[in-house]
Design a protein around this ligand. Structure first.
Ligand code: HEM
Length: 395
């Protein structure tokens, strides 16, 4: 059968890994008729992510050219910038997310997890996404930023639309997804403008007040960058970790031997979470645009073309991970790239790891009869962020 990569194919959404293997074997530097390059080998993905020629700032212009306009705020956060602006913006918030700072939060994160489980304990059933995996990271990032947790019903839908907007470059120019993400960015910007005005009047001990102080100090960041940073942290903080917990729990329930192994050996949780991130990671791909022509293997990628390094495919490359489709919670030498690589390596990784470890270990230890309540959990339509719409379980 001829190789036909269609990222919108429902079968691909349900399980992208067979297609990744085909691409990697048959056409590892694939030029898609959809107008971008697809990289699936671990070595190629890592080398692009650490190569300064493969940059980010050209992406906003690429999107603008294709869609007539770019979503407001797109292109202003650290995630979309190259040095030196990337370095400046990342430096402003990096201290809040170091492993040491995050370790201090451990007991508090455990308390939140305990509270969420207490709310469902007597019912012996829940939607693990809605009632557990989603609220945890939302509560944590809201508390850190200084956003009232109670407002989350308002920005839940916007967060989803903005996250889905990451797919825009893979979709036809007339897709509704792009328009919805623009509207959601506008709405979330307005929300933050209000909150920023409040914090300006009465600063608190939170990240938002810290960023406002940096903005007021002058040359460190402007108001549009302040808004873009808030939106990035809020959305990254609650559209990704939910999927680590959801995809991770599903993988364990489908591999009962590994689930038992973790239950009998809770000290394995550190390496277990790394393996779950490798095996079915929340972020499947990213994007870069080269600033000059670059040859990879026997293909030449021209300056200005869109390149998509597929993290999800790299993390299943047999050249890097022996027996890559096997879930092995004790896997050694697991240099997965679920958090990316290079200068944009996930700023929230220490936080996501601690949240994932506490959430998954608590579920496994406290709910000995945890079981799937559906044969076919449905995935979200997203092509960039991989996660479940719902995960009904009993316990
Ligand atoms: C399991 C959960 C998470 C995964 C798998 C994940 C994955 C990633 C990946 C792959 C990147 C790099 C994207 C690229 O190179 O284009 C990234 C960047 C980033 N992530 Fe995460 N992330 C997670 C959780 C979080 C959390 C909880 C936060 C913070 C609150 C966060 C904040 C960020 C930020 C700010 C960046 C941009 C860093 C930069 O451009 O220098 N992430 N993340």
């Amino acid at each position: 059968m001829a190789l036909h990569f269609n990222p919108m194919d429902p079968e691909f959404l349900a399980d992208p890994y067979p297609m990744y293997h085909r691409l990697r074997t048959e056409d590892p530097v694939h030029h898609s008729p959809l107008g971008f390059w697809v990289l699936t080998r671990y070595e190629d993905v890592v080398s692009v992510l650490r190569d300064p020629r493969f940059a980010k700032e050209a992406i906003a212009a690429f999107v603008a050219a294709r869609f007539g306009m770019a979503p407001p705020g797109l292109g202003l956060s650290m995630l979309d910038r190259d040095p030196p602006d990337h370095t400046r913006l990342r430096g402003l918030v990096s201290k809040a997310f170091t492993p040491r700072v995050v370790e201090v939060l451990r007991p508090h994160i455990q308390q939140i997890v305990d509270r969420l489980l207490a709310q469902v304990q007597d019912r012996h059933a829940m939607d693990l996404i809605e009632q557990f995996a989603y609220p945890l990271p939302v509560i944590v990032i809201c508390e850190m930023l200084g956003v009232p947790v109670a407002d989350h019903e308002r920005f839940k839908g916007w967060g989803l639309d903005i996250a889905r907007g990451l797919d825009t470059i893979m979709l036809p120019p007339d897709s509704e997804v792009g328009k919805r993400s623009i509207a959601a960015r506008r709405a979330l910007s307005e929300y933050f403008r209000g909150l920023i005005a409040e914090r300006r009047r009465a600063p608190r001990n939170d990240l938002l007040s810290g960023l406002i102080a940096a903005e007021e100090a002058g040359d460190k960041l402007n108001e549009e960058e302040l808004l873009a940073t808030c939106i990035l942290l809020l959305v990254a903080g609650h559209e990704t970790t939910v999927n680590l917990i959801g995809n991770g729990t599903l993988a364990l329930l489908r591999n009962p031997g590994e689930l038992r192994r973790l239950r009998e050996n809770p000290g394995l949780i550190g390496s277990a979470v790394e393996e779950l991130l490798r095996y079915d990671g929340p972020v499947q791909r990213t994007a870069r645009i080269p600033s000059e022509d670059v040859t990879i293997g026997d293909r030449t990628i021209n300056k200005g073309e869109m390149v998509m390094p597929f993290i999800g495919a790299a993390d299943r490359d047999p050249a890097q991970f022996p027996d890559p489709d096997r879930l092995d919670l004790g896997r050694t030498d697991n240099r997965h790239i679920a958090f990316g690589w290079g200068i944009h390596f996930c700023l929230g990784a220490p936080l996501a790891r601690v949240e994932g470890q506490i959430a998954i270990n608590t579920l496994v230890q406290r709910l000995p009869r945890l079981a799937l309540a559906t044969d076919r959990p449905e995935h979200r339509e997203s092509l960039t962020l991989r996660g479940l719409k719902a995960l009904p379980v009993t316990f």
